[in-house]
Design a protein. Structure first.
Length: 347
């Protein structure tokens, strides 16, 4: 057993002594105070690195009332959209010098959402980013009131920041219609998902705008299995094309149609939504609609940081999102990714 004594943790006093500044100056550097000369800031940072100084967030919070931590209330995190958003939010927060702490909840269960929010507030987070795919989550937030800056994502038109779900659906339908298809079906996401509702609405809007008959809508649950099982109904409907509300269902449908002896795209064309990595490697490669989750995350993190810095509290809405940049709250435009799963209908 070693007789050496444990080393004392490096503190602000040590950094100040090595940098030749006061402890108050070190504190200003740690708290990103603007009134620090650049050369002084550089000396303090160099001293921290030389000494191996590590910030103590708990101590910092006592002085600034800020922990530089953002809470994320996540639900349905196994779905592609929420999982990509979580990764992108973590990257954006880290780049800005913030950390994440997450709580997971069943977004359709009010008690689960309430417990998750209370847990995050107990962590003294500076703000919240909430995934609200179900209307129930928004109802709980409105009734509870978080008391801290909060940004809503994955709630279609009810989100503070979003990719334009209706526009994405219309892009998908337009691609099929432009190829000559008139009998277009929709494989929809779960009815209690706000983004699924928006995509179904966009599907109907584009057909109506083109004077095409409203095609059949088949219920799915986001999974490849539900897409595979929908193949028989799609074949029976006589549709020559399908807009699937996400790529997983589109890939499952593609497999189900091939298993039934139906050629894709020559008998039935398919367009998906999300542009999952597997979409490019399906056979045929899947035409789909891409969402910019990185930009969504960047906007959400920037808004939480800006609002927490100003001391504003409560849930942000369209008016709060517009106070710094009138264009920031505008929906993010989706992008059509053209591959090989769409051709003109066979004669």
């Amino acid at each position: 057993m070693s007789d050496s004594k444990p080393q004392r943790a490096v503190g602000v006093r040590d950094v100040a002594a090595l940098a030749g500044v006061s402890r108050q100056t070190v504190s200003r550097v740690l708290n990103d105070h603007p009134d620090v000369a650049p050369d002084t800031h550089a000396r303090v940072v160099a001293a921290m690195e030389e000494l191996g100084y590590r910030m103590n967030n708990a101590a910092r919070a006592l002085g600034t009332h800020r922990t530089r931590t953002i809470g994320v209330l996540a639900s349905d995190a196994l779905q592609y959209g929420p999982s990509r958003s979580m990764a992108a939010i973590e990257a954006s927060a880290r780049e800005a010098g913030y950390w994440l702490t997450a709580a997971f909840a069943d977004s359709g269960d009010g008690a689960s959402v309430t417990a998750a929010i209370e847990h995050l507030r107990g962590q003294a987070v500076d703000g919240l980013i909430v995934f609200a795919p179900h209307a129930r989550t928004l109802d709980v937030l409105d009734a509870l009131g978080t008391g801290i800056p909060t940004v809503i994502l994955h709630a279609a038109e009810r989100a503070d920041f979003s990719v334009d779900q209706r526009a994405g659906a219309r892009l998908a339908v337009a691609t099929l219609a432009d190829a000559g298809h008139e009998r277009i079906a929709h494989l929809a996401g779960p009815r209690d998902w706000l983004e699924a509702e928006a995509r179904t609405a966009g599907f109907a809007e584009e057909l109506a705008a083109r004077g095409l008959p409203q095609g059949p809508v088949f219920a799915g649950d986001w999974s490849p299995r539900s897409g595979h099982e929908a193949a028989a109904d799609v074949i029976a409907s006589g549709a020559t094309a399908v807009f699937a509300a996400n790529d997983q269902m589109a890939l499952g449908l593609l497999g189900g149609l091939r298993a039934a002896g139906i050629s894709v795209p020559h008998r039935i064309s398919i367009v998906g939504f999300d542009d999952v990595p597997e979409a490019a490697y399906a056979w045929p490669p899947l035409t789909t609609v891409r969402q910019d989750f990185e930009e969504l995350a960047r906007r959400a993190v920037a808004r939480v940081i800006a609002r927490s810095g100003s001391g504003a509290g409560g849930r942000t809405g369209a008016d709060a999102a517009a106070d710094a940049d009138p264009h920031a709250a505008a929906p993010i435009a989706p992008v059509l990714v053209i591959r090989d799963s769409v051709v003109a209908p066979s004669a």
